[in-house]
Design a protein around this ligand. Structure first.
Ligand code: SF4
Length: 579
């Protein structure tokens, strides 16, 4: 089965802005509950998660007497604003600028004596807010029939609910122009909505089935559903990937996926993953099997273990040491054990419904725990074979890995364990990888880590650190939501991207400088390929909507495979040239 994900799927600018604002407040304030006037996102599990972070939705302003109220992207009426002021409640305005523009158009034309007609759903919070600006002469119409029922009006200003369908809006406006002498029409349909709808319409011609992901109470999701169904393409709406189990897609060779403006991307990702992993019965068997194997390896961290093994061999080559399978396996088993253990012990595990790894780890927690223990045991056994020094060193490393999440700071401090240090996850992952990949090879040969080991350490650390940040840039939305403080959460996504760019340039210069000094073999220059690959990963990160997060994680994890391939290919070429 070929799965095509719409580029426009997921949070629109307005929803993203409101969610970012609220989560930023939750991170920085810590001063009592934050209320949102209505649910911030049309997604019940996410709303539950927000409640755990102290972000509570209220349906009426009478429900509270103090605190902070965040106005969500849909906006509110002037009367409601007034009410908040009277109650002395702090207002944080996250009204989408595009909705604010419609409010301003209405306000201006009411003052000029126009009657305002809003084309939309009268029960939708955005329309209720707009109607508040249109008082006393505001009217809501849903369709052409409603226009025929309107009383005679002199001057009419027409605006649309921002998520309305354009064709439908134009039909209503033409009927308005036929009926009334002076009609001023404003195109207030949000361009992001239009692009999303146009993409869905375009996709319907290319796929056998469309899946629209989004809340059943989400108006723009309903519009997408209608557009797709009207095109004649069989279309299903799901709120979670679980619901796909009840849909028979056996005959669909190509499935299109799009999502409403308030659908979190991890839910859309889980839908794409489900379709890719479990429904792929059509198409090239071998290709499908390989893709599934690749995705399985990514979800279960086996791909990370392979990456660690490859970096260990890259280090050995750069340090001019013979390749040792034992060292490679030690790195792979150690990294697998640490990653798996820390994931199943993650306090946030399972909080995000649809998170691509959480599902796998939650479902088979015991198996993963055992896999982690067995992996560590194997790493330690192999390290015994490599020498006592390696064994004790790995014991210390394992202890450090497990201590990462245990309480070690005195009571009363805001930090309980190392994992509470913002950004620590990215640094400790890179440190762990760099130590096993770069320092174990010299220890296994009974040497003290010299300059080449230190140089390899720097290279491995930087590569893993960059990859870890890029991965977290993709999951920044869900990490923010659960309260995980990764680099992208702390620094912001854009700054993290800049940091990775600077680091990749610094790594490029470092590689050239080390190559020029002759401290390492010239083969080190082949690693410049990885610097370019990191830039490709950053581009992929920008265009993330095209891929599910599992696939993106796979592309990022391939950084290590690119490093290995470059160094091995370089070694082969060098040998051929030296013959
Ligand atoms: S759909 Fe458009 S108008 Fe509505 S919140 Fe999103 S960006 Fe703003």
């Amino acid at each position: 089965m070929m799965v095509k994900l719409a580029q426009t799927a997921g949070f629109c600018m307005g929803v993203r802005r409101a969610v970012d604002k609220v989560l930023h407040m939750a991170r920085s304030s810590g001063s009592g509950p934050i209320y949102t006037y209505g649910e911030l996102i049309h997604n019940p599990p996410t709303v539950e998660l927000l409640k755990r972070r102290g972000i509570i939705p209220i349906e009426s302003l009478d429900d509270i007497d103090r605190g902070t109220v965040v106005v969500r992207a849909h906006g509110i009426s002037p009367r409601e604003r007034e009410k908040l002021k009277e109650k002395n409640i702090t207002l944080v305005d996250a009204t989408c600028p595009k909705v604010a523009r419609v409010q301003a158009i209405i306000k201006k034309h009411v003052s000029m004596g126009y009657n305002v007609v809003i084309v939309g759903n009268a029960d939708h919070p955005e329309v209720r807010g707009l109607l508040g600006y249109a008082e006393p002469g505001g009217i809501v119409v849903a369709d052409v029939e409603d226009v025929d029922r309107l009383p005679e009006l002199e001057k009419v200003c027409v605006v649309a609910q921002t998520t309305r369908n354009r064709r439908h809006y134009e039909e209503v406006c033409s009927r308005m122009k036929e009926r009334f002498p002076e009609v001023l029409v404003f195109n207030t349909i949000c361009d992001s909505t239009e692009r999303r709808q146009a993409e869905v319409l375009g996709m319907t011609g290319e796929v056998d089935v469309m899946i629209i992901v989004g809340g059943r109470n989400s108006s723009n999701t309903k519009e997408l559903l209608d557009i797709s169904r009207r095109s004649g393409t069989p279309t299903f709406q799901v709120e979670t990937a679980e619901e796909l189990r009840d849909i028979n897609l056996d005959k669909a060779a190509r499935v299109g996926v799009s999502a409403g403006a308030s659908t979190p991307n991890w839910i859309t990702d889980s839908v794409v993953d489900y379709l890719t992993l479990y429904r792929g019965k059509e198409g090239n068997f071998l290709m499908n099997a390989l893709v599934r194997l690749w995705l399985f390896a990514i979800r279960t961290d086996i791909y990370s273990a392979v990456g660690a093994g490859i970096l260990s061999s890259v280090s050995m080559i750069l340090q001019g040491r013979p390749l040792s399978l034992i060292n490679i396996l030690i790195a792979a088993f150690y990294v697998y054990s640490m990653h798996t253990f820390n994931r199943i012990q993650d306090r946030y595990l399972g909080r995000i419904q649809g998170s691509f790894r959480d599902e796998t780890y939650l479902k088979h927690k015991k198996i993963y725990l055992w896999a982690s223990v067995i992996s560590l045991a194997l790493a330690l056994l192999l390290s015994l074979a490599a020498g006592k020094g390696v064994f004790f060193f790995l014991m210390l490393m394992s202890l450090a890995g497990y201590l990462y999440r245990f309480r070690m700071f005195p009571l009363g401090l805001p930090l309980k364990s190392l994992r509470d240090i913002p950004g620590s996850k990215n640094i400790f992952i890179a440190l762990g990888w760099a130590v096993v990949a770069a320092l174990i090879p010299p220890l296994a040969e009974g040497d003290y880590p010299g300059i080449t080991a230190v140089l390899s350490f720097v290279i491995v650390f930087t590569l893993v650190f960059m990859k870890s940040i890029i991965s977290d840039m993709v999951t920044v939305q869900s990490d923010q939501l659960v309260g995980r403080e990764t680099f992208p959460v702390v620094m912001g996504e854009r700054n993290s991207g800049k940091l990775v760019r600077w680091l990749s340039m610094a790594l490029g210069l470092f590689i050239v400088a080390v190559g020029a000094t002759g401290l390492m073999p010239p083969i080190i220059l082949s690693l410049l390929t990885v610097v370019f690959y990191v830039w490709i990963c950053l581009e992929l990160c920008d265009k993330r909507a095209k891929f599910s997060s599992t696939a993106l994680e796979g592309f990022f994890g391939t950084t290590y495979i690119v490093a290995g391939a470059a160094v091995f290919a370089g070694t082969l070429v060098a040998r051929l040239l030296n013959r």
